[in-house]
Design a protein around this ligand. Structure first.
Ligand code: NAP
Length: 266
């Protein structure tokens, strides 16, 4: 079987370097391009802490895609760049596998249409960690029986978007199955703005940003005389790579852009 040819955007970033490593370590994948605005020119393997691989980091995605004939682009960059990168990849017929968080529903819808028109597959996944996907599934299930819920997510202080993509995705999954309910005291007042967190469909999401924290989320349910907490902790970026690897192999087998890794998990 032919190797899947992969381009990696954000190759110099924390996630991007893990992705480059994962691609180089899998014999069924071939790294054909690595893109980062300021990391190059440097060999992408060296940048990822491995041996030389012969792919030099390029600052221009357009140039890289023109030269590389990639099947799939994996993007872990920043929200504004990721949207443009995804448009560019689709225009070249390259299937996007997007881990960058912060896409708006309108952007996702537009990208879904573009993938359909181009006849290619794609995936936007706010979380590639299997444990986090299970946390979201279990939270949605619990909300059917305990509809009073709040989400607290914890990330490092340099994270750009809030709430996290995972928290938004969890809130969406809960909203699909939870009975309509506006929680809390209707007369409630904040004496400090934002104290009650972000409002989503009747419940609240709280974003903690601190140095030293990696990525955690708690979904807390309240009922008569009891609470239930469903919690997931990520400790290492390598924990996302099995999911990214599965996504690269799946995305070449279907047409249309899927939002959420849970939809391609067998
Ligand atoms: P990071 O270390 O800041 O890396 C981002 C990289 O993207 C930087 O090297 C940056 O380069 C590069 N970049 C910026 N604009 C670019 C462009 N137009 N084309 C190519 N590269 C570009 O961030 P990170 O920790 O790796 O996280 C990246 C994203 O992944 C975030 O949105 C985060 O929320 C998300 N994430 C998702 C998951 C998941 O499971 N889906 C897991 C973890 C993180 P410069 O520094 O030179 O600007």
């Amino acid at each position: 079987m032919d190797k899947i040819k992969v381009a990696v955007t954000g190759a110099g970033g924390r996630m991007g370097r893990e992705v480059v490593k994962m691609v180089l370590e899998d014999e069924s994948l071939q790294l054909v391009a690595a893109i980062d605005p300021s990391a190059g020119p440097i060999d992408a393997g060296i940048l990822a802490g491995m041996g030389q691989c012969g792919v030099v980091v390029n600052a221009s995605l357009e140039d890289a895609l023109r030269q590389a004939n990639a099947d799939v682009m994996i993007d872990f960059t920043v929200p504004q760049a990721a949207y443009k990168n995804t448009l560019e990849a689709i225009s070249f017929g390259v299937r996007p596998v997007i881990g960058t968080t912060g896409f708006t529903p309108a952007q996702i819808e537009e990208l879904q249409q573009l993938c359909e028109q181009k006849g290619i597959g794609g995936l936007i996944a706010p979380n590639f960690s299997i444990g986090a996907i299970l946390m979201m599934k279990f939270a949605a299930e619990a909300s059917k029986y305990m509809p009073h819920v709040e989400i607290i997510e914890y990330h490092g202080d340099q994270k750009l978007d809030a709430p996290s993509g995972t928290a938004v995705k969890t809130a969406e999954l809960i909203s699909e199955v939870r009975e309509e309910l506006k929680q809390g005291n209707p007369k409630e007042e904040e004496t400090i703005e934002g104290a009650r967190g972000g409002y989503y469909n009747g419940f609240r999401i709280h974003s903690v940003r601190l140095p030293g924290v990696f990525a955690q989320q708690e979904v807390i349910f309240g009922g008569y005389g009891q609470t239930l907490k469903i919690r997931h902790d990520s400790y290492d970026r390598a924990g996302y790579m099995p999911g990214v690897n599965i996504a690269v192999k799946k995305v070449v087998t279907y047409t249309g852009l899927i939002y959420g890794f849970e939809h391609i998990m067998d």
